[in-house]
Design a protein around this ligand. Structure first.
Ligand SMILES: Cc1cc2nc3c(=O)[nH]c(=O)nc-3n(C[C@H](O)[C@H](O)[C@H](O)COP(=O)(O)O)c2cc1C
Length: 292
């Protein structure tokens, strides 16, 4: 059954919506605080968020933008007492599916929730630069959908990991994957020497971990400092709270432009948390000012 989050600054309003939806069999979590609601979406899959426009610290449209960044497929219904054209337009631009007028009408909310949940998910691309300024790299970054992965490796007496969204399955039988790593990375040399690596699949809410492994180099710091990571069966470092890992044996390296394609045959894989949804790559989470 669908997981629904309700955010309204008034507890009675949260309870009113919750009562209506729980009677319909939905699982509902309610919040009056924006940060707690955002934190929940960071750590749990949510199908639909019902957001009041008037909140305590932010407005509902700002929360909508943040939730879509964390879980791009989340559906959103806005609640508003006084819809202004500008607010509704902005909410729809950021990916709201519908809005409901307050005070809540029971049959309106029931039918809108059912309708929105039945809609096919359309992932909206938010935050494009102005059209005249869109360059090829913007298009590649923003219209090709990727997850975010940390490729870990055991070197001689040291371990390391590199963030990359450029991971893909290549072959079904035998199962093979590719990762694209620049020869400039320390991990490039370590993977070449060790002949194996593990792909750690990050979950939504692990942007900070991706930044740590992607914006610092193992040449200057130990990215695992203070942490003794678990190991995959092949002996590669395993990060905590990831969705899954894929152990690979390096079978081929192909130079491609300014990167190398490491082709790995999958020698083991395990899903570790079935409740986590994989993190989707959004360049603005890391380095949007950098425009090649
Ligand atoms: C979001 C993000 C995506 C990245 N994608 C790649 C990539 O696909 N290939 C790559 O070689 N480096 C990529 N990088 C850069 C490396 O992760 C980064 O240079 C890292 O510091 C390399 O670490 P190392 O020198 O310890 O191997 C990415 C960084 C970030 C933040």
């Amino acid at each position: 059954m669908a997981q629904i989050l309700v955010l309204d600054d008034v507890q009675e309003a949260v309870d009113a919506v919750r009562r209506v939806l729980e009677k319909r069999g939905y699982e509902v979590v309610g919040f009056t605080d924006e940060d707690a609601a955002i934190d929940h979406v960071n750590n749990h899959p949510v199908d639909l968020a019902i957001l009041d426009i008037k909140l305590k610290k932010m407005d509902g449209v700002q929360v909508l933008g943040k939730l879509k960044q964390i879980q791009p497929s989340i559906k959103v219904i806005m609640l508003t007492g006084y819809p202004t054209h500008a607010t509704v337009e902005e909410a729809m631009r950021l990916g709201a599916s519908a809005y409901c007028m307050k005070p809540i009408d029971r049959s309106e909310i029931e039918s809108k929730v059912a309708e929105v949940l039945a809609q096919e998910t359309r992932i909206e691309l938010v935050g494009w630069p102005d059209k005249a300024e869109v360059n090829t790299q913007d298009i590649l970054f923003r219209s090709l959908t990727n997850g975010v992965y940390i490729v870990t490796v055991q070197g001689e007496g040291e371990i390391n990991g590199v963030t990359t969204p450029w991971v893909s399955q290549l072959s079904y039988d035998p199962p093979m994957v590719m990762v694209a790593i620049s020869p400039l990375r320390k991990c490039h040399e370590m993977i070449t020497n060790s002949g194996q690596f593990a792909v750690n699949v990050l979950g939504s809410g692990q942007v900070d971990l991706a930044s740590r492994f992607g914006l610092t180099t193992g040449r200057e710091m130990d990215k695992f400092e203070g942490v003794v990571p678990e190991r995959t069966p092949a002996g590669n470092p395993l990060l905590s709270n990831v969705v899954a890992y894929i152990d690979c044996e390096l079978v081929k390296t192909v130079a491609v432009g300014d990167h190398s394609l490491f082709v790995g045959e999958v020698i083991g894989a395990e899903v570790l948390d079935l409740t986590l949804s994989p993190l989707t790559f959004d360049p603005s989470d890391y380095f949007w000012e950098i425009r090649p």
